[in-house]
Design a protein around this ligand. Structure first.
Ligand SMILES: [Fe+2]
Length: 390
């Protein structure tokens, strides 16, 4: 096991290196607290043995810094000192040390203390793994639950599922969202309209301006209703807050709290962007190619500009993927009459030989085959999938 040793005195450091190696571990030595912390960041050892008395950054500071840093795995810290008063021991433990050794340290004592450290680290790793499994199952259950919404209300369920996926895609690209928050963003998207479950059918497909007074009241209450439902589950407490805020507008003109800008939690702003994107396409029937134009109108007003910019990128990518789905590449030798050319055919130097779109007849196919024999064009051209017969 890698063990980080931190001491400002070379002689003590060498002795500890010798002991640790003798006990079958791999020592990493840091001279002084600052260097020790740098090595901890770099090498992620599971055990740190640090001297207490060091100039500038002392052992207690090392403990505090390690404890305050976010790390996936627990670091077991042993503080070594010539001090052996009860007060010192308490100060060491309060700074985040797990154990305390008084100098001079014997090899046998070190062996016994490291054994304790290893047991704690193993238990902690087991616990983290179990926690990870529970969390995975929990998110899986929520996904399944959101599919259930689809069986009760197809429009609402489909909307929630698409918004969930889009939230995850935006979160993955947003520089301020940590990787472990992507799943939370997805869950917030999956559940954002849970307050709409059970409302009279048809509300979801209407724009708020087209609703009657009663429908509008129900609609305006759905973010709070969603929050109340989700607050029943402790692990969904944060998500309940994002659901409450998913109709807040960046300019402060949304509901229910009229929060503005960064007062609205980031993940709620992401849900708002994904929700709008999906409504534009599915409810309002805006074509994929025209979504960006509609989103641009809301940039900085209803929606966070940074999130709109990310949605632009996603939209571009979706347009490209759609285009690929609609087109296939066909070898020039396999071309048949009736196929529709969808991409211009050019010489390598850019000179246009055949413009698209163009329905191919035998004459044009012959021409393309001639160009190919002259090495003037590549062996493949792009054809409209529907016309290719595949
Ligand atoms: Fe909503």
């Amino acid at each position: 096991m890698k063990i980080l040793l931190v001491d400002d005195e070379a002689v003590s450091l060498r002795l500890m290196e010798k002991y640790v190696t003798k006990l079958g571990h791999e020592p990493i030595s840091g001279v002084g607290g600052r260097e020790g912390l740098r090595l901890w960041q770099k090498t992620h050892p599971r055990i740190v043995i640090t001297d207490w008395n060091m100039p500038e950054v002392d052992g207690l500071q090392v403990c505090r810094e390690i404890r305050s840093a976010a790390a996936d795995l627990y670091t077991y810290i042993l503080v070594v000192s010539a001090r052996d008063s009860e007060r010192d021991l308490i100060a060491g433990l309060e700074s985040g040390a797990d154990d305390y050794l008084v100098k001079p340290v014997s090899l046998d004592e070190l062996r016994a203390r490291l054994e304790i450290g290893r047991r704690i680290i193993d238990l902690q790793a087991e616990l983290s793994e179990k926690y990870r499994l529970i969390r995975d199952n929990f998110f899986q259950t929520i996904r399944m639950f959101s599919h259930l919404i689809e069986t009760v209300d197809e429009d609402l369920g489909g909307h929630c599922r698409r918004v969930g996926a889009l939230c995850a895609a935006v979160a993955r690209r947003h520089p301020a969202v940590r990787p472990d928050q992507v799943r939370i963003a997805e869950t917030a998207g999956l559940l954002h309209d849970i307050g709409m479950v059970g409302l009279p059918g048809g509300i979801l497909s209407k724009k708020p301006v087209a609703m009657n007074t009663e429908e509008k009241q129900l609609y305006l209450a759905h973010p709070e209703q969603g929050e109340i439902i989700l607050q029943e589950i402790d692990m969904l407490d944060d998500i309940a807050g994002f659901v409450r805020a998913h109709h807040e507008h960046f300019n402060g003109r949304g509901f229910p709290d009229e929060r503005a800008g960064e007062e609205i939690p980031l993940l709620a702003r992401i849900v708002a962007g994904a929700d709008t994107y999906d409504n534009l396409m599915q409810r309002d029937g805006v074509a994929l190619e025209d979504v960006a134009e509609q989103l641009a109108v809301q940039r900085g007003y209803q929606l966070d500009p940074e999130i709109v910019d990310i949605l632009f990128e996603i939209n571009d990518e979706q347009i490209r993927q759609e285009a690929q789905k609609r087109h296939v590449s066909v070898k020039i030798g396999d071309l048949a009459e009736g196929m529709v050319l969808v991409k211009n055919v050019r010489r390598p130097n850019g000179v246009l030989l055949m413009p698209a779109p163009l329905k191919l007849d035998s004459h044009k196919i012959e021409k393309l085959q001639k160009y190919f024999r002259m090495n003037a064009v590549p062996d493949e051209v792009f054809i409209e999938k529907r016309s290719s017969g595949s």
